[in-house]
Write a protein of this length. Structure first.
Lengths: 83, 252
């Protein structure tokens, strides 16, 4: 029987608070893994995380403090955009 | 030197630690051609290896490997990777696998990662929000990461831009990794296809800039003569379809 399971298998926190999230989509045949695909995205400090996995939201809740969010926001605003 | 031994079994006691090595006939052949089945077959109590057998290699420079199923240290054969006398490693067959979680190296000459996967490209304004009513016909993103280099392919067809602020720069967001955090380092994404856009100038082209420490492509548009300017959300209206390719350096 073919079954599929998705799990957040890797969360990387960058120094400035950006969080890189990897979801593994795993396909099983008779409970033996036959395929694994990765899907990634990045969560910036202050970004809406309402649609995120609970495990990710817990990490965000710890890491994305107001100070981290404010610092990231300030860094983004301070960036010199090309005209 | 051990005396000549004609018996069927030989036992060596090693002192001062009382370790026992026992060979069953004909367990070891030295200086002669080994017959099939000739093997060191028992390493007894407290050993972590129940049985070790040596199998002759048939490939020059091949790397020995342990076959846990057969309990053999093998000189491997036709599938074997090889190391030449000059230190060149050759994968004559098979693959090279990196760990699923990167063991990052800071060394400039060390390849430390390989990963393939997908991501979901989205259209954003400056707010970076997915919750402004954007809808899509097509959202396809694929990446390959080799070391710190990320190669991306994007196909994004927009049904509606929702309530995005039309006066702000349009961003194709959702990239799989944050770009390297070094000031004034930019990477480029080129547009291979554009449809139903509302660019400022006739004959204009769309392109993209990946800024340091971001995970989005800031859209730009080429004017006829003066170089690029910002590509605003108003230039990427409902129905816009863009195909991008590009590469950038990741943070790690």
């Amino acid at each position: 029987m073919i079954t599929e399971r998705s799990t957040i298998d890797n969360i990387t926190i960058l120094e400035d608070g950006q969080i890189q999230v990897r979801r593994a989509d795993i396909v099983y045949r008779d409970d033996i893994e036959i395929a694994r695909n990765f899907h990634r995205h990045v969560i910036s400090p202050g970004q809406d995380t309402s649609g995120e996995d609970e495990k990710v939201r817990r990490v965000v809740g710890v890491r994305h403090t107001k100070a981290v969010n404010d610092a990231y926001r300030a860094a983004v605003l301070a960036r010199i955009d090309l005209p | 030197m051990l005396p000549a031994w004609t018996g069927s079994n030989m036992t060596i006691h090693v002192t001062p630690i009382p370790k026992l090595v026992s060979f069953a006939t004909p367990s070891i052949t030295i200086g002669a051609t080994a017959a099939a089945g000739d093997a060191l077959t028992a390493i007894r109590s407290n050993s972590t290896i129940a049985g070790v057998a040596l199998v002759a290699s048939t490939v020059d420079d091949s790397i020995a490997r342990f076959n846990g199923t057969a309990g053999q240290l093998q000189g491997y054969t036709s599938d074997s990777p090889t190391i030449s006398d000059a230190g060149v490693i050759s994968l004559t067959s098979g693959q090279l696998t990196f760990p699923a979680t990167q063991a990052a190296s800071t060394d400039a000459n060390t390849l430390d990662d390989y990963e393939e996967g997908t991501f979901t490209p989205v259209i954003h304004d400056n707010s970076g929000s997915d919750s402004e009513g954007q809808t899509y016909f097509i959202q396809v993103g694929r990446y390959i990461k080799i070391g710190k280099m990320v190669q991306i392919q994007i196909n994004l067809s927009i049904n509606s831009i929702g309530t995005l602020t039309t006066s702000q720069i349009a961003r194709v967001a959702g990239l799989p990794f944050a770009a390297v955090n070094t000031a004034n380092v930019y990477a480029g994404a080129f547009a291979a296809y554009g449809g139903s856009l509302s660019l400022d100038a006739a004959g204009g082209n769309i392109t993209g800039l990946i800024d340091a420490n971001t995970s989005y492509i800031g859209l730009r548009q080429w004017s006829a003569t003066g170089g690029t300017s910002s590509c605003l959300v108003s230039n990427v209206t409902a129905g816009a379809h863009m195909v991008f390719g590009g590469s950038y350096e990741a943070n790690a």
